[in-house]
Design a protein around this ligand. Structure first.
Ligand code: LMR
Length: 398
């Protein structure tokens, strides 16, 4: 049976991990996978997470099955974090959440849920989007299409084109939007643009699915939820996929959440029963450890404040890296305008060089990024930014 298989190509993002690891060069730089790194290039465990783990170890009494929904405390707290504690949909009992194995798990649950709601639905993703989005929805048997989003020439949004496309969609369509820190472009919708997208969603009746993998990495936890909260207050049905990988640094614990908003509490109960069925068929129930840590942090005012402070350090460092790269490129005489990098948000931007130049940066200089020239800004540091800027300059000279 297996002899007919054809090998799959390496994952465009995760494949870089092993290539970078195997590169013996001392000056190599990892701008590939989206993980936060500190000034020393490490991805540390947050202090609030360490404290939560100690508490957890001291108080945990069982490892018995947690059930398909995961932890109810985690589910409540993660929904409050995303929507805000006083959101009208929460007060109306229209939201149901399940814990999932990471944000990817949340997306796959959402995909299977959509397939059950509307088997013929088309999922519209931004052009470009995270490399795994299409595969996740196609794996659930859904059709995937793209709406215009990022203009590689102007390094800005193709907002008019995006809106024009969304204005042609309807009830059979699901539109995937990035809550903040657009992956891969770093180019986010402004508040005014969110307002317009919300109006179109209401007018056309498509279902928004918002992917929130970086809450707190853009402008702040509250600020980054603007679009989620605005959309949730306006539409009848919506899905939200949250991830705790980046903002809690819980990458390998695999913890996220899939939340649905239905048009009534009774409809939300029915939708939850379908979500739970989907979960049971996919992986039965989620891992519990990451959820326990997040609920310990969010459920304790002091620990929550510590988390917000640690998140701010990560956010400020990434924004600082953006500014410093732009400044160094300019300082060494690179004429091309890279100022867009400082304007964009979150973990990623496109450097805007060709696939050949990406390859040259890897082969000649040991600088790793996704083929699209997406760079993970957190991989930049005071100790490598000069080498990075000089290498980019050499590659641009041809
Ligand atoms: C990324 O885009 O680099 C991250 O979301 C990690 C991943 O799973 O691709």
């Amino acid at each position: 049976m297996f002899s007919t298989l054809k090998a799959m190509p390496a994952d465009p993002i995760l494949g870089l991990l092993s290539q970078y690891r195997d590169d013996p060069r001392h000056e190599k730089i990892d701008l590939g996978v989206g993980v936060y790194k500190d000034v020393l290039g490490n991805t540390p465990i947050l202090d609030c997470v360490k404290t939560a783990e100690q508490r957890r170890t001291a108080t945990e009494t069982t490892k018995v099955y947690i059930g398909p929904a995961g932890s109810s405390d985690f589910n409540r707290l993660i929904a409050e974090l995303a929507f805000g504690e006083q959101h009208p949909t929460l007060n109306a009992g229209r939201i149901r959440s399940v814990s999932t194995p990471g944000g990817t798990g949340a997306l796959r649950v959402a995909a299977d849920f959509i397939k059950r709601c509307r088997p013929g639905a088309t999922v519209w993703v931004s052009d470009p989007t995270w490399a795994n989005h299409s595969g996740l929805f196609e794996a659930a048997g859904l059709k995937v299409e793209r709406y215009p989003y990022y203009d590689y020439a102007t390094k800005a949004l193709k907002f008019d084109e995006m809106l024009a496309k969304l204005n042609t969609l309807g009830e059979n369509d699901v539109v995937l939007l990035h809550a903040c820190c657009h992956n891969p472009s770093g180019q986010d919708l402004s508040k005014e643009q969110w307002d317009q997208v919300v109006q179109v969603a209401v007018k056309r009746g498509f279902t928004p699915l918002i992917d929130m993998a970086y809450q707190g990495f853009g402008d702040g936890v509250e600020e980054d939820a603007y679009g989620v909260r605005k959309m949730a207050a306006a539409v009848e049905d919506m899905l939200l996929c949250s991830s705790c990988s980046k903002n809690f640094g819980l990458y390998r614990e695999r913890i996220g959440a899939c939340s649905i908003i239905a048009n009534s509490s009774a409809a939300a109960d029915v939708a939850l029963s379908v979500l739970l069925y989907v979960v049971r068929c996919l992986y039965s129930m989620p891992p519990a450890h990451g959820a326990a840590l997040v609920e310990t942090i969010l459920g304790d005012n002091q620990l929550k404040q510590q988390w917000l402070d640690e998140l701010k350090v990560m956010r400020d460092r990434i924004n600082g890296n953006r500014a410093i790269l732009v400044e160094r490129l300019k300082a060494i005489g690179v004429e091309r305008d890279f100022s867009f990098i400082a304007r964009q948000k979150g973990m990623f931007s496109f450097l805007g060089v060709s696939p050949e130049q990406v390859e040259q940066l890897k082969q000649e200089f040991g600088i790793y990024m996704v083929d699209s020239s997406r760079i993970s800004i957190a991989g930049i540091s005071d100790s490598n930014v000069d080498y990075l800027a000089k290498s980019i300059a050499k590659v641009l000279q041809g």
